[in-house]
Design a protein around this ligand. Sequence first.
Ligand SMILES: C[S@@+](CC[C@H](N)C(=O)[O-])C[C@H]1O[C@@H](n2cnc3c(N)ncnc32)[C@H](O)[C@@H]1O
Length: 414
Amino acid sequence: MKCKVGAKLLRIFFSTPAIMASNRGNSPSGSRRRKLNDTDFRDNGKPRGKIRVFCDTAGNAIASHYNQLPERGRVSRTQSKIYFMRNFNNWVKSVLLKTFQDRLRDEGQAQGVTALDLGCGKGGDLLKWKKGNVRKIVCTDIASKSIDQCKTRYNHNYKQAQGNIYKAEFLVADSTQQRLSELYRSDKQSFDLSSCQFVMHYSFESEARATMMVRNLCERLRKGGYFVGTTVNSDVLRQRLDQSETNTFGNDVYSVSFDSKDEFADYGHRYNFRLDGVVDCHEFVLQRKVLVELAKGFGMELVLWQTFSDFFAANSRSRENKDLMKTIKALEYYPSARPSSGKENDYCHADQVIADIKERKPGSEPKVGTLSQSEWDAASLYVVFAFKKVESEDEVFDVPASTSDDIPLLVISS
Ligand SMILES: C[S@@+](CC[C@H](N)C(=O)[O-])C[C@H]1O[C@@H](n2cnc3c(N)ncnc32)[C@H](O)[C@@H]1O
């Protein structure tokens, strides 16, 4: 089968040499290195503080699922069918967290941000926080093994930075059933920023659970603070379900199975989600309008709701974000001797751009950075969102609908 002409894609030109500088080991912006003293360490040389466990989740399917996921090594990760998609997701999260930390600084929070990472998993975002202006972070998850790994990672970062890193507190709790404000070490704990990355959709099992989740993310936010995250786009679920001849859709990278094509309910509308070697469990449909109404009850106004495609379009032009894209390999170089997808037609969108360039510049060997269609079909299930805790009831932000699903593509050399 030939590539269809006219495949949609988002083109951003990118012609400067790769900059591979790593941020690892840099001190957090604005802070000075200080010499450690004995009180910074316990006898085992680890940073102070321990994991506090507030729930027994042995019978919880989601906690069990995440607890039994093996920690994969770097080699195994690079061989995964979703290697670039995961890197791309990390780029999205990095840019989102940095954008709102910068915004808080510009809005007067110059002395540093206190953050909540709800559903932090194994701590994949710890280094992202390190790049910003964070003073303290509370990491919480329902899966105790994930929190163990998260704390181990934090300890490693702490040692590498010789203690010159934000403070952290670790809680194992079910945020759909427990009120976190009663569990923090300090009962005065408040936040400037709360982050919930790829987690919200688990809580929409019932109104009570979703409300507790949103309460946990918002009630300790100070006025002017932000709640940011990534979650599944129910509009895309609806569209793909309607297009499918069965109640299932997907490809060799991901699949989604519903019980029926019934209209989505506000809560408890369950489906099974499988993502190559990483996720295989049930989730619940989360609709923008329902989340917006829930969040309003906690003084929150929506300020951002974007498909990953629109988020890429809006953020891929700055030098900093482009450099990060290269550093973390958020896009796959194409053409390549070993493309990540072996499927015919998975790079039609890139072939078309390359052919256009060659026509304009005969003899050239253009290279682009992009994702395969298979990986993009999975990545484009998600949206980024942000809410602001407003000062007054009159603050209403205009957040347009975001529907683009163009495949990200950078022209690296032409
Ligand atoms: C897809 S992972 C995302 C992990 C991390 N936020 C990231 O972006 O890499 C979803 C996480 O949500 C956590 N989670 C699911 N339900 C939860 C709940 N009720 N309370 C707290 N964490 C929950 C899972 O244990 C898992 O670590």
